[in-house]
Design a protein around this ligand. Structure first.
Ligand SMILES: Cc1cc2nc3c(=O)[nH]c(=O)nc-3n(C[C@H](O)[C@H](O)[C@H](O)COP(=O)(O)OP(=O)(O)OC[C@H]3O[C@@H](n4cnc5c(N)ncnc54)[C@H](O)[C@@H]3O)c2cc1C
Length: 475
């Protein structure tokens, strides 16, 4: 699992590097398919021109031009990430000023970039792909960029925003780059925990909250599942919107219309996670060879074609796990030897997309899981023929498991779809988009609030600033 979206301001302010955060930039991306064809992109432009040239005479230049647009449009988006979104109602002077500032950023763009921005916001990915690219292989590659967090057809207006959301990150100042965190993604929260503890924060884990307590319309504390009650006038919740408002708080404490809107907030990303423990290196049929190669040291996207997305999406909407799924994989041990105990052993993670939460015919993930695992391993073996020989163990987390283990409602890894009506001043609702909620003292600080999902640190930072501004109200 790679990092990119974590804001540099958060890394700096929390002194995460001092507390053990270390990241290596992922320079390579590998797109194999079952025809035995592949694209392997690296840091070397001549190599990339040759790779893309296998499929098209024009796509190399098109990718350059497209990346430039993504950079320009992405800069506008990322400049908003650490700002509280203006109130939709335009409530006060601060809202007016931030709306004007946003408008100026928008009108500061040249005409073409403005047009592209609108396309990315409300257009369908397919129109963008067809406008820019020529070969089926490159179209499949760009189509795969919609996947990490979303659950949409390429024909769906508004689905392109997810593509942009994942392109606006950076690693050590390099825009759009992704990186591998030494020790795994958990090392980020470990560094955050050390930073917070050094400032006197007390952290308790294994203490699930059963209820957010309310007295006279204001938050008054939480009751843990153990029955213990903790009083607090300010509560910041990074649980997702449906869980926070409808389960932990309860609609009886909310305005009726607000609760009804949260009830239809779309949460589902159709993601299934597999982790593989391997006694040796996966050898890809399309790039034979013994040792760790450039293709092992990067993101690996198994997607057959643009149409593969459409078929997988249609299947998932019908309640049938996509077969084959689209797989976003990583072999982090090829770059970080602290992840396994013995040299030559590896771990591989797979994010398998278009795996619906609700299965057709009332089937349950608990009984279907093993069948799906076997079909994923079967598909993977077509790319990696030595997989059966090196597979020591696997872990599979279905959307239902993600919900049970991490409290992510309907297994949505981003706490809510990244679609235009669920973003910015309306995420998750106009009356909670500035982190304060209709219940005094209860704040949102997770991915269900602006700017949305991924390991960004942004909603937490923005919420903290809002709480500091509001603090006087609680004294
Ligand atoms: C399989 C998978 C792969 C991903 N890949 C990437 C990636 O490559 N890059 C990336 O940037 N992002 C990735 N993401 C998304 C990213 O991890 C999330 O968007 C991000 O963690 C959201 O952060 P958050 O703080 O908002 O919420 P969470 O990380 O979901 O934190 C919410 C916390 O609340 C806890 N909780 C829930 N209910 C209760 C309760 N009742 N009481 C107490 N605590 C509770 C949960 O246990 C959890 O610790 C991935 C997510 C998953 C699941």
């Amino acid at each position: 699992m790679p990092v990119s979206l974590l804001r540099p301001e958060v890394i700096e302010e929390l002194e995460l590097k001092k507390h053990g955060y270390e990241v290596t930039r992922l320079t390579n991306s590998f797109y194999p398919d079952l025809n035995g064809e592949f694209l392997l992109l690296t840091d070397d432009e001549d190599h990339n021109r040759q790779q893309i040239g296998k499929f098209s005479e024009t796509d190399y230049q098109s990718i350059k031009a497209f990346d430039e647009i993504v950079d320009k449009v992405g800069a506008i988006i990322s400049s908003q990430w650490l700002k509280e979104p203006p109130r939709l109602s335009g409530g006060g002077l601060a809202d007016l000023l931030s709306s004007v500032k946003l408008g100026m950023d928008f009108y500061g763009l040249d005409d073409d970039t403005r047009f592209r921005l609108v396309q990315f916001f409300v257009g369908a990915p397919d129109s963008i792909i067809e406008r820019w690219f020529d070969s089926a292989k490159v179209k499949a590659m760009i189509a795969s960029h919609i996947l990490p967090a979303n659950y949409a057809s390429l024909q769906q207006p508004g689905a392109s925003l997810a593509m942009l959301h994942h392109a606006v990150g950076e690693i050590d100042g390099r825009k759009g780059a992704w990186g591998l965190v030494k020790g795994g993604m958990g090392a980020i929260t470990q560094a955050m925990a050390r930073s917070a503890t050094a400032k006197g924060v007390v952290i308790r884990t294994q203490a699930p909250v059963a209820k957010i307590l309310v007295e006279e319309g204001a938050a008054s504390g939480v009751r843990l599942e153990s029955g213990e009650e903790i009083s607090a006038r300010i509560i910041a919740a990074n649980t997702d919107p449906k869980r926070t408002f409808l389960k932990l708080l309860g609609e009886e404490h909310l305005p009726e219309a607000f609760a009804a809107d949260i009830g239809v907030f779309r949460q589902e990303s159709a993601s299934l996670r597999m982790n593989l423990a391997l006694s040796g290196l996966p050898q890809f049929a399309c790039i034979p060879g013994e040792g760790v190669g450039a293709h092992h040291r990067g993101s690996i996207m198994m997607i057959e074609s643009k149409n593969h997305v459409e078929e997988a999406y249609r299947s998932a909407r019908a309640g049938i796990p996509a077969d084959p799924p689209i797989i976003d994989a990583l072999i982090p041990s090829a770059m970080d030897d602290t992840l396994t105990d013995e040299p030559g052993t590896h771990v591989m993670s797979l994010l398998c997309k278009y795996m619906p939460y609700d299965l057709a015919e009332g089937k349950s993930w608990d009984t279907e899981k093993e069948k799906v695992v076997q079909s994923i391993i079967g598909y993977l073996t077509k790319f990696i023929p030595n997989l059966p020989d090196i597979l020591v163990a696997h872990q599979c987390l279905t959307p239902l498991d993600l919900e049970r283990m991490f409290g992510m409602t309907r297994g949505d890894i981003c706490h809510g779809r990244l679609e235009p009506d669920q973003m910015f001043s309306t995420r998750p609702h106009p009356d909670a988009a500035q982190y304060a909620t209709p219940v005094k003292g209860l704040y949102l600080c997770g991915s269900g609030a602006h700017p949305g999902g991924g390991v960004t640190g942004a909603p937490g930072r923005n919420a903290a600033k809002r709480i500091l501004k509001d603090k006087a109200k609680f004294i």
